[in-house]
Ligand binder design. Structure first.
Ligand SMILES: Cc1cc2nc3c(=O)[nH]c(=O)nc-3n(C[C@H](O)[C@H](O)[C@H](O)COP(=O)(O)OP(=O)(O)OC[C@H]3O[C@@H](n4cnc5c(N)ncnc54)[C@H](O)[C@@H]3O)c2cc1C
Length: 393
């Protein structure tokens, strides 16, 4: 594919953050090029593929081509095996996606609106004209190339090379990185439309094991934990032990490993001629480790503001900060609260977890909401009240 030497906007990365930004920028009249390092959009998948109905349907009509399973609720397991089921509210309405196809779908929406894309295009440097950021250098099928643009968007995931190259401090502390691994397991005895979450300090210290069904007897089974709480045992060992106990007859079709940035949004996500979006900007929900719902919102804001900047011919940090402000208003401030809750909730002892789930067990599933769970947790850990006061005051 032939590309132009100059675009209004160059987006590095074709994950949901990059493609949403490209879609909204192109839809609003900007010329956009997406550079994707891998040979195919959406591969490899490093995700359990869960998304809330609300998060998805705000932007897209669910399409059976990229929905693996509709979800009706969640089942939460205490360390002693007792469980409670929630089917009410937001938890009772979700999807497990085929991310490979979902990512390709969003990218296709961007190209349908006029964006160009190059795959096997690995961005490795930034270009400057008189100290002004003006483009990207990249390797395409082994050939050195460059492209110029008014705005460069780093949507290049957790490791974000673009953020670092631009001099933004993207360092993550150990407590804000969740090492995660996952198998796609078949031959498991699972035939419901619930997501399953297993908690406990022996199971997943500072995190949880998830089982997200992708159809009959097939599911993403993974773990995310706090690196600083894992007592020298790595995430894969914890997960293998879990599978040995719970799904000894299963077979694995794939294995993935990744790191989820369960941090707060970076203090700086724009500079003159530059924006960071998605995992690159640390926009994940720090409690659940879920990024998709937040990132669809972030990309839509970033793309819209970038297109506005092009129309106004103002690519300054002062103008692009509009994206940061709007993100904080819509999701970022909420994310800050979740960050504090993460610190408090993942500190429960196994006895406390057993007690909370025990109390919730008898509430009918259609009446059990996240709010009730939250209330029970607070009642049973009075020190939480002190922490919550600190959060809200
Ligand atoms: C094991 C695991 C399970 C998860 N489960 C869930 C879940 O169930 N639900 C949920 O909502 N979230 C989940 N997440 C988080 C979610 O996957 C991420 O938040 C989301 O993928 C981030 O999207 P993104 O577009 O910012 O980055 P990515 O999806 O990482 O996309 C970044 C893209 O940039 C490309 N790229 C990187 N560097 C360059 C470069 N130099 N040049 C060109 N291209 C480049 C990459 O190839 C990639 O395509 C999970 C994460 C992990 C690791």
């Amino acid at each position: 594919m032939k590309i132009r030497p100059f675009y209004d906007i160059v987006v590095v990365g074709s994950g949901p953050a990059g493609s949403m930004t490209a879609l909204f920028a192109a839809k609003n009249g900007a010329s956009v090029l997406i550079l994707e390092r891998d040979r195919e959009v959406g591969i490899p998948v490093r995700c359990a593929e869960g998304i809330s109905g609300r998060g998805l349907e705000k932007f897209f009509q669910p399409d059976e081509r990229w929905i693996a399973q509709k979800i009706n609720g969640a089942k939460l397991y205490a360390p002693n095996g007792q469980f409670c089921i929630m089917t009410a509210g937001a938890v009772g309405d979700g999807y497990v996606l085929e991310r490979r196809l979902f990512d390709a779908f969003i990218c296709e929406q961007a190209t349908k609106n006029g964006a160009d894309i190059l795959t096997k295009a690995d961005a490795h440097g930034l270009l400057y004209d008189n100290d002004k950021l003006s483009g990207v250098t990249f390797t395409h099928h082994g050939e050195e190339k460059q492209v110029k643009a008014h705005i460069i968007v780093g949507a290049d995931g957790t490791e974000s090379r673009i953020g670092k190259l631009a001099g933004i401090d993207t360092t993550l502390t150990l407590k804000d990185i969740e090492p995660s691994v996952q198998y796609l397991l078949t031959d498991i005895n699972l035939n419901d439309k619930l997501t399953h979450f297993y908690f406990g300090n022996e199971i997943a210290p500072g995190g949880y094991v998830w089982v997200f069904p992708k159809g009959r007897n097939i599911a993403n089974v993974g773990i995310g934990l706090r690196a600083d709480k894992s007592n020298g045992k790595n995430a894969q060992h914890y997960l293998d032990d879990f599978i040995e106990t719970n799904f000894p007859e299963s077979s694995s079709l794939s294995f993935i490993a990744g790191a989820v940035p369960t941090a707060k949004t970076l203090p700086e996500i724009t500079r003159d001629n530059l924006m960071l979006v998605g995992d690159a900007a640390r926009q994940v929900n720090p409690v659940t480790g879920g990024g998709l719902s937040n990132i669809l919102v972030a990309g839509s804001i970033a793309g819209t503001v970038a297109a506005e900047a092009i129309k106004k011919e103002d690519f300054s940090n002062k103008f692009l900060k509009k994206y940061h402000k709007q993100w904080m208003k819509e999701k970022g401030n909420h994310q800050k609260v979740h960050y504090k809750l993460k610190e408090v909730f993942f500190d429960f002892t196994d006895d406390e977890l057993n007690k909370i789930v025990g109390l919730l067990h008898d509430i009918p599933q259609e009446k059990l909401t996240l709010f009730k769970l939250f209330k029970t947790a607070v009642r049973n850990k009075p020190s939480l009240i002190k922490e919550l006061i600190k959060i809200y005051l």
